[in-house]
Design a protein around this ligand. Structure first.
Ligand code: 4AD
Ligand code: MG
Length: 458
């Protein structure tokens, strides 16, 4: 008999039909003459209650020994449930035990566990309601990303994971060498495989610019890597970034797309993942649904970096870090502006050139660049982007000033020699978006297998 997902059964409620479900036991409770088993299959926050009568052949030997975590296949008749809190239940004809989970060792109990504890059992945490909901929201959001860009006729491109250029120029690359070379050659000779130093990508932007310079509007969406020693609740060493890049587009056009994208993703998640978001609203961040609703209809405030510095100065507030023109905005500054001054998502543009990477377009003032950061409450920076420098001479000068290796990026300069166009793009940190949507305080909860300094279990 064909198996059905619990989610679909609960939606369809085919009372009187024979159905089969497969999943893991959440709880077992014995009554006289029968037992209740709650089965979850990961398709929904809610499980399905199964009634196992003592007349079943394996009742004494197996069913009465089933504990949290066992895997089972259950066949039976769906019927209306007399119990409160559920509309249907499954009266089992047959319960096949597929795999035991020894209760003496299975680390997940019926009670709620802390997220810190669950991180130590990365391989089992998707069995919990919260982490399963995270996985479903992640899946829906990923598809929503594609829907958004496909509807706008962007081309999805695959940029390389192994790269020979440090896009952000911050020296946060993980080097890629062969095992053999690591063991035998000194590190500076580690040009073994590619003939030049190579690393894991920190951003697909430079390669996305190649395709935008041929196909117009493109996006890349995949894992990126940063060897920054940031042990914070907002940083990962491996995270997913979504990077659109558009030819014939300036900063204002990128700003508008960023706003539309965020609103679309939040709205589509509210539409498709209501049950999961309700769970987060109840157990992770109280008021999450109201916050997301507000965010989806919010007016995004747009200010320049210079105005942001002025706001901080006139606030009279004392901060841990200084906030003078030319200094980077720290997260305490960003959060103050977003959460207290403007109380709305904030797009900060036109940062000092000295604070930003070489590729950003120099403004006419000669000291700021056409950069944008999108900041939101509780998270801080969720998007970083810019208009790109499309003028060959200006770019060359910026690269020279920044000590960038011109030779290895000649191909990038070439794009400005042959049919250059104004173009712009940005990077959305997918896990930061996930934090916003789920209310998870720590970024390690919104990715299946988090990697951070000193942390890479399974
Ligand atoms: O601001 P960033 O460094 O921008 C870029 O890499 C550009 N090349 C993107 C582009 O224009 N195509 O990173 C973009 C976003 C940040 O705003 C943040 O949301 C996220 O990526 N991010 C991280 N997320 C998790 N862990 C980290 N270590 C992150 N570093 C950046
Ligand atoms: Mg940034």
């Amino acid at each position: 008999m064909e198996r059905e997902l619990i989610k679909n059964l609960l939606a369809r409620q085919p009372v009187g039909e024979q159905v089969t479900v497969a999943g893991w036991v959440k709880t077992r409770r014995d009554a006289s003459g029968f037992s209740f088993l709650e089965i979850g299959d990961g398709s929904s926050v809610r499980g399905l209650q199964v009634i196992a009568e003592s007349t079943l052949a394996n009742y004494q030997d197996e069913i009465k020994k089933m504990s949290t975590g066992c895997s089972v296949i259950v066949n039976g008749e769906l019927r209306e449930s007399p119990a409160k809190g559920q509309s249907v239940e499954l009266l089992a004809n047959r319960i096949e035990l597929v795999g035991w989970a020894d209760p003496a060792h299975y680390p997940l109990q019926k009670k709620r566990h802390s997220f810190e504890f669950l991180r130590e059992i990365t391989h089992l945490r998707p069995r919990t309601n919260a982490l399963a909901a995270v996985a479903r929201v992640r899946s829906h959001l990923s598809m929503a990303v594609h829907r958004f860009f496909q509807e706008r006729q962007f081309t999805f491109i695959h940029t390389p994971i192994i790269t020979t250029s440090d896009c952000e120029g911050a020296g946060e690359l993980f080097q890629v060498i062969t095992e053999q070379s690591a063991q035998t050659a000194p590190r500076e000779q580690a040009r073994d495989f590619f003939g030049r130093p190579a690393g894991l990508t920190v951003s697909g932007q430079l390669q996305a610019e190649v395709y935008a310079s041929a196909l117009g509007s493109v996006y890349t969406f995949g894992p990126t890597f940063r060897a920054e020693n940031s042990n914070t609740s907002r940083h990962l060493a491996e995270f997913w970034m979504l990077e659109p890049e558009m030819a014939f587009c300036d900063l204002a056009c990128a700003v508008e797309l960023a706003r539309e994208l965020l609103v679309f993703l939040i709205e589509s998640n509210l539409e498709t993942c209501g049950e999961d978001l309700e769970l987060f609203d109840r157990f992770v961040e109280k008021g999450l649904l109201a916050k997301l609703g507000k965010l989806a209809s919010a007016d995004f405030v747009r200010i320049t970096y210079t105005e942001a510095i002025e706001e901080l100065a006139k606030s009279g507030r004392s901060f841990e870090f200084p906030h003078e023109w030319g200094m980077d905005l720290q997260s305490e500054h960003e959060r103050f502006l977003v959460e207290e001054v403007f109380q709305a998502p904030l797009i900060v543009t036109d940062y000092p050139a000295t604070l930003k990477p070489f590729y950003m377009r120099l403004n006419d003032d000669g000291v700021t660049v056409a950069a944008m950061d999108v900041l939101i409450g509780g998270i801080g920076e969720i998007i970083g982007g810019s208009q790109r420098e499309e003028r060959y001479e200006v770019l060359l000068q910026r690269m020279e000033q920044g000590g960038i290796d011109i030779e290895s990026l000649q191909w990038y300069l070439d794009l400005r020699r042959y049919g250059t166009v104004p173009h712009a793009g940005f990077g959305l940190g997918f896990e930061r978006l996930m934090q916003c949507v789920t209310g998870m305080a720590n970024i390690r909860e919104v990715i299946g297998f988090p990697r951070a300094p000193g942390f890479a279990p399974c």
